[in-house]
Ligand binder design. Sequence first.
Ligand code: E4P
Length: 215
Amino acid sequence: MRIFLDTANIEQIRNAVKLGVISGVTTNPSLVSKEGTSDYESVVKTICGIVEGSVSAEVLAEDAKGMVEEGRVKASWAPNVVVKIPITTAGLEATSILSKEGIGVNVTLCFSANQALLAALAGATYISPFVGRLDDIGQDGMQVVKDIVEVYNHYKLPTQVIAASIRHPLHCLAAAKAGAHIATVPYNVLLQMVNHPLTDIGISRFLSDWKRVSR
Ligand code: E4P
């Protein structure tokens, strides 16, 4: 499973890229607004200068025509921009048009395997099931990821599954075990995946043992 960073924070992206484990970034309007700017274009262009892999930029239009127009503009910002489109009837129509033009589409706000099947049929490059938001309302978010992986594998559909709305490291492990192609993780979750108290204890024990003999 590959890891994308789920943020619009440039410092976090720079730090994560240095680790050599990030192969893409996902943004959404909430994440960009969290950075205190409405200049989505400049944020995405900056990210595309840091990250080689795909960078998802979400459309704000709600009708198919608007989504297509906005999608074409956003896709022109950089070669690695993927247009993020919500799964609605308008979203499917826009996905179908943009994917036929060779523009990558990440279909977002997916909460069921049926939605994911339709997104794949419309030509989506990625589907983003929102695990955490389903967990939040008492439904098993990871089960949706498992169902999508099963359906896609069954029919050899090429759309890649991005486990999204990831809240903690256990979500990442479960997504990897479920066969998700990618998990898009907030920066704090990435750090939680790296850190382990026994690693810290082990390092300080090695160092103190070494100091005893090297005095
Ligand atoms: C990523 O593509 C999604 O927009 C993001 O993971 C949503 O996460 P949230 O449910 O924590 O807002």
